[in-house]
Design a protein around this ligand. Sequence first.
Ligand SMILES: [Zn+2]
Ligand SMILES: [Zn+2]
Length: 107
Amino acid sequence: MIEKTVWGKHICEVCRSVVDFYYLEDQGDLEIGPYYVKLCPNCGEENSVTPVERCNCGDWKRVGKDVCETCEKRLKGDIGRFFRQYDKHERSYMQDLLCDKLIEELV
Ligand SMILES: [Zn+2]
Ligand SMILES: [Zn+2]
């Protein structure tokens, strides 16, 4: 039984759609008591929705993450290209440096 509609931007990990709300359904019974599951309003999948917010690039990112998946790929590519300029020993030094320093301290 659908109990209520919860508003807010969410992404469904199954159908990949960004939705404005999801349904909260009580699947419990008298024995176990109330048991709520979130339902995607698009594909009906259970507990597949995660809250999202705008990334700086304009795409959607999971709440709590710094960047979206597109930016993640771009940044990983940038990091790879950056480190490939250096040899193994230089990279090893930089690895140590990054272990005990924050990037924010180095910029
Ligand atoms: Zn869905
Ligand atoms: Zn982004």
